[in-house]
Design a binder for this molecule. Structure first.
Ligand code: SF4
Length: 698
């Protein structure tokens, strides 16, 4: 730490981890980022969490890819078998020309046999180029990214009922609320800077209602903590709404002015009495009634949710309930009111907005509509593509096994760690004829690659990213990429040239200008404006408007301008615990490690704090198993087994085990259930039946 004189340069950019989108100043000395400081962005006001402040030195790690690599002809069979420090057994160095020619040759002319996974870690411009390449270059929509694994069901419900997949109010609006619900989210670990605003809200007297099958640190600040049974979201939420209907606590004027299908919702809720639902969700009827009265009585109320809501086979139904709760109480479109799914990755909002999804073009425009597609091909100048929705992340892996997909381009994603039932995904990657991986490290997915293209970390590139608040922010390069690594947009353009797509972009500013031609959300937002101001929230109503923190004050972007109530029924989790697998496995992140760990496990401070794979169980459960904290457990589901160190945590229910998914040596997704929500196609990462035993048991 030092003052400005101690550094060669100081560059403003955006934290690369979570969807909060904290603005940072990168302090550079001798070509290395030495220190990171929070600056005054609208989402963080100078604050940073441990990841943002200390988690950046992975960008200078010895394992960074610095040259293009091509799989050796005498390499061992494809598998998870490459030592990142000794990759020469599997790959040889190549020039950029050779590697790009080789990458393109294996993809070119293969049409529907090709699929692409882009990344929510890349910029908006890189995401836009990636989806364009798949659509223009291969004529179909088989392009997806990790939104499918995080909030796809939330987006499905929001699109269906509100007409927009983004938040209706920024999380900072909580300062104008008097009641807030946080459900299925653990912001103190996963959105730590947003959590500071939630804590301040309670210190000012705001009532915080936390709902989660795991107890959690936010519980200390809560007026109500509802630790409900895993998978029982719909029964609990419907019971709360039943009380609001029964006691006529709803906002009749709002419902009449701005919604549709209310009578059906009301009739549907009649059966969901707190007494009946209490038996399913485990929350006492009087608590359900108190929560209903508290939220319905709020002057201004917000609802925040995370992947505890979305990662279920009924994830869309869970979100439908939250939307209905906000609509019936009129808690949308005003200061301190709104719906806010807390987005996970730093640019998952932007990558989704940019069309990195198989059913939507940029700005969620429907690929099945001829007029929509032709508007894009007109701008692109060529490349008619299918009017059929493409395959999603998990469907693509199934299609590889079926022999329908034979080549893939993976930019910055790590499906060999992040997909459910990951052995199935790994076997699919091994089966491909041709796999192009573009990344900064030799990830688990890159183990299976035929060619690896070395890319740039956040501190080495220009580009915009969009956070959970709909704030489009400017990322800037502070240091050059190492060795021969290149910015991702450059690699995409060079590959596209070899696919004869005629791309001539000179940089991300030109890509952003093209995006604006078919993305109304970017109206009044220009590259120059972002360069000057760092951030503009969409929608921005004029070149001077910093953007709208709250939307839908006067209706919704649906036919007729009305939001919709969609009733939700109780659907049991896909896999019930039984005598063979008697407990419930739930997976997620922890404070120090980000997703599949490729960055944070190479960050000195974060890895020192949290160096070892671990799982958490209630102390009573550990005693029953005869295992002390620090001992080893074997977790087994119908997909496989892992062995992992046990921790005691009273926040975890006695019939549950929590396993973070950052650790390759105990990969949580070896265990997870690939069953998906029918609407969002999101896997049920939050509920698998599991057997837990001491690791010494054979
Ligand atoms: Fe980065 Fe999120 Fe932490 Fe902010 S809260 S510093 S964006 S990880």
């Amino acid at each position: 730490v030092g003052d400005s004189a101690d550094f060669d340069s100081e560059v403003d950019s955006i934290c690369p981890f979570c969807g909060v989108g904290c603005q940072v100043s990168l302090k550079v000395k001798d070509g290395r980022v030495k220190y990171v400081e929070g600056i005054n962005g609208p989402a963080n006001e100078g604050r940073l969490c441990v990841k943002g402040r200390f988690g950046f030195d992975y960008i200078h790690h010895d394992h960074r890819l610095t040259k293009p690599l091509i799989r050796r002809e005498d390499a061992p069979a494809k598998g998870l078998n490459v030592d990142p420090g000794n990759w020469q057994t599997h790959f040889r160095e190549a020039s950029w020309d050779e590697a790009l020619d080789f990458a393109a040759k294996g993809l070119k002319g293969r049409g529907r046999e090709v699929a692409g996974f882009g990344s929510a870690k890349c910029t908006n411009e890189e995401a836009y180029l990636f989806q364009k390449m798949i659509r223009q270059g291969f004529g179909h929509n088989n392009v997806d990214h990790c939104t499918r694994l995080c909030h796809a069901s939330s987006v499905a419900a929001l699109m269906e009922n509100v007409g927009s997949g983004a938040v209706t109010a920024t999380f900072n609006e909580i300062e104008n609320a008097d009641v807030a619900i946080v459900i299925g989210a653990n912001p103190i670990e996963n959105h730590p800077v947003a959590a500071t605003y939630f804590k301040q809200f309670t210190k000012r007297g705001g009532k915080l209602i936390v709902m989660d099958p795991r107890g959690q640190a936010l519980k200390r600040f809560a007026s109500h903590m509802l630790q409900f049974r895993p998978g029982a979201d719909v029964s609990m939420l419907n019971a709360i709404m039943h009380v609001i209907v029964e006691e006529k606590l709803y906002d009749q004027q709002y419902i009449e002015a701005y919604t549709e299908n209310w009578e059906a919702e009301k009739a549907h809720l009649a059966d969901f009495t707190p007494e009946k639902m209490s038996e399913i969700c485990g929350i006492a009827p009087e608590v359900l009634r108190d929560v209903a009265r508290t939220f319905a009585g709020a002057r201004a109320g917000m609802i925040f949710w995370g992947m505890g809501v979305s990662q279920h086979i009924h994830g869309t139904d869970n979100s439908r309930c939250l939307i209905s709760l906000a609509l019936m109480t009129g808690q949308v479109g005003r200061p301190g009111a709104g719906l806010h799914p807390l987005r996970g990755q730093n640019n998952v909002q932007g990558a989704s907005d940019a069309g990195l999804i198989p059913m939507f073009l940029p700005d969620y425009q429907d690929v099945t509509q001829d007029g929509v597609r032709s508007a894009f091909t007109e701008v692109w100048g060529s490349g008619d593509f299918s009017n059929q929705k493409g395959l999603t992340v998990t469907e693509i892996m199934d299609a590889v096994h079926a022999g329908d997909i034979k080549a893939m381009y993976v930019l910055g994603e790590n499906p060999a760690m992040s997909d459910p039932d990951v052995d199935h995904a790994r076997a699919a990657l091994a089966k491909l004829d041709h796999l192009v991986v573009q990344d900064i490290f030799l990830t688990e997915t890159a183990n299976y690659a035929d060619v690896i293209l070395p890319a740039s970390a956040f501190a080495e590139k220009s580009g915009t990213v969009t956070n959970t608040n709909r704030q489009v922010q400017m990322g800037r390069p502070a240091v050059p990429p190492p060795g021969e690594a290149r910015e991702d947009w450059w690699i995409e353009v060079e590959l596209a040239k070899r696919l004869d797509l005629g791309w001539t972009y000179s940089g991300p500013a030109e890509v952003f200008a093209e995006m604006k031609q078919n993305m109304k959300s970017l109206d009044n937002i220009t590259w120059d404006r972002l360069e000057a101001q760092n951030v503009v929230t969409y929608p921005s109503l004029s070149p001077e408007d910093p953007g709208q923190a709250i939307v839908f004050a006067d209706g919704f972007p649906r036919a007729g301008g009305r939001a919709r109530f969609t009733p939700a029924s109780v659907i049991a989790p896909d896999e019930a615990p039984d005598s063979d697998y008697p407990m419930i496995l739930t997976t997620g992140r922890q404070l120090e490690h980000w997703h599949t760990g490729s960055m944070t496990r190479r960050s000195t401070v974060l890895d020192a704090v949290e160096p070892e794979a671990n799982c958490s169980l209630h102390p009573k459960t550990l005693r029953r198993l005869g295992v002390a904290p620090g001992g080893m457990l074997r977790l087994t589901t119908r997909r496989g087994s892992v062995e992992v160190m046990a921790r005691a945590d009273r926040a975890v229910a006695e019939d549950m085990v929590f396993l973070p998914f950052a650790y390759v040596e105990a990969a949580a997704n070896i265990l997870t259930n690939p069953a998906v929500d029918p609407y969002g196609k999101i896997p049920e990462f939050k509920f698998s039946a599991v057997r837990v035993e001491p690791a010494s048991v054979a």
